[in-house]
Write a protein that binds this ligand. Structure first.
Ligand SMILES: [Zn+2]
Length: 431
């Protein structure tokens, strides 16, 4: 056994019989021995375990009785309802695990799974999108114009997004919130809040997929090939081929369904794609979220222009009068290293009680803490439960009951993450 052979055969370790503690084949035994002594392969294996965890729908989509039962159970249990959207998620950074990145791992590591016919359409469309020098798209989604880009609200009106991409530069504008990137750094602002943020990397899964729809096509292709019980239908109409994908919500739902239906990927959904039969290009798409037997259209790609005449200067244009802060810097979370999410949340609330600005600035980097002072100074903790994971969120949610200075008490789900430069915890939302 060596690292090369291990990498080529890693899918073997996710075979049903090994996963359920059954008989191991010779190669599986050798591979398990190998990771005892090889840190690299062990890390790869652990990364893959995590990916499989996130990828494997918690509902096995036999779209039959079991699917509907589990789904309605989950909807019923979907409490507490996320409160006032504005307050819950002010997160601006890469708060959701990079799904696109995780799917790339799957494409590389699951060569032997049966490919569905549909995967061919997605593969060709991905290539066409990749080849385009520039892209212009109009996308409508049920959300709020100021909310963060991943945020889905199936009961809200459609908000139009314009998406532009030329070379490495891209821009997504949803009316009030705008983000652009140059391939390395990104800038994001909400005009009505007069707030701007900047950072590096991929700040939003949905923005990443809007700007790089070829990743969405790769995602669908890998999903088709991974054979996770997703349902595919294809039909031809005029010069178009329609491919419909019905799949359960992605993410971890064992501990909490708090994030269920908070984004498109975290919803049970039906996605409909229209491809030009001659050019193989993706020309439109619609996404419906499913509620048991009901469904609601939540996103449509209304227009895609390949090689549109887009000027880089128009894409990379900053607003006047907005100051940009870089919330995730070396200080973020610095005092919250080496403790649990639960302990970190408690520490933040204790600092609120006595209004220790130094601690709060490190623990709540995404907002100007002075804005929170009226509401939170003097707050006391009544109850804290164990932190839970939910959906695709990279961090944890800490269920808390707190009492404010004015005597009112409230239950909160405080979002905590530690994928910060310091490795310490910060509050990412829920207050
Ligand atoms: Zn190795």
């Amino acid at each position: 056994m060596n690292c090369e052979i291990f990498k080529q055969n890693i899918a073997e370790l996710f075979d049903e019989s090994v996963a359920s503690g059954g008989e191991q084949s010779a190669i599986q035994r050798e591979m398990l021995e190998h990771i005892e002594t090889c840190a690299d392969c062990k890390a790869l294996y652990e990364e893959f375990c995590y990916t499989m965890d996130v990828l494997t729908p918690s509902v096995n989509a036999e779209p039959s009785v079991e699917f509907s039962r589990r789904l309605s159970e989950r909807i019923e249990k979907a409490t507490p309802k996320r409160k006032s959207l504005h307050r819950v998620l002010y997160r601006v950074g890469g708060a959701v695990a990079s799904v696109a990145a995780m799917f790339l791992v799957v494409i590389n590591l699951l060569p032997a799974t049966p490919a569905k016919a549909s995967s061919g359409y997605f593969g060709k469309a991905a290539a066409k999108l990749n080849q385009a020098q520039s892209l212009f798209m109009r996308i409508s989604m049920r959300t709020m114009p100021a909310e963060n880009f991943d945020f889905l609200d199936p009961t809200a009106e459609f908000v139009e997004h314009t998406v532009q991409r030329v070379g490495e530069a891209w821009r997504v504008d949803k009316g009030d919130r705008v983000m652009f990137g140059d391939g390395g750094q990104w800038w994001q602002w909400v005009e009505s809040w007069n707030n701007g943020w900047t950072g590096y990397g991929v700040p939003s899964v949905l923005v990443d997929l809007m700007v790089n729809p070829q990743k969405l096509m790769q995602f669908e292709k890998s999903l088709a090939e991974a054979d996770l019980g997703v349902i595919y239908e294809t039909r031809n109409e005029g010069g178009l081929t329609f491919v419909t994908v019905t799949s359960p919500a992605l993410g971890d739902w064992l501990e909490s369904n708090y994030m269920y239906m908070s984004s498109i990927l975290e919803s049970d959904s039906r996605r409909e794609y229209a491809f030009d039969r001659r050019t193989k290009e993706l020309i439109a798409a619609s996404v419906y979220v499913l509620y048991g037997t009901e469904e609601e259209k939540v996103l449509t790609v209304d227009q895609i222009i390949y090689n549109a005449p887009i000027m880089s200067a128009d894409v990379a244009r900053l607003p006047e009068g907005i100051e940009f802060v870089e919330p995730l810097n070396a200080n973020s979370g610095a005092r919250f290293v080496g403790i649990s999410a639960r302990q970190a949340a408690v520490k933040v609330f204790e600092a609120m009680k006595i209004w220790d600005v130094e601690v709060l600035r490190e623990g709540i980097p995404f907002v100007d803490v002075e804005r929170l002072r009226d509401d939170y100074e003097g707050v006391t903790i009544l109850e804290v439960k164990d932190a839970v994971r939910s959906g695709l969120y990279v961090g944890y949610f800490v269920p808390m009951k707190v009492q404010y200075r004015n005597g009112k008490s409230e239950e909160l789900m405080v979002a905590m993450r530690n994928d910060t430069p310091s490795g310490g915890w910060i509050v990412d939302g829920g207050i």
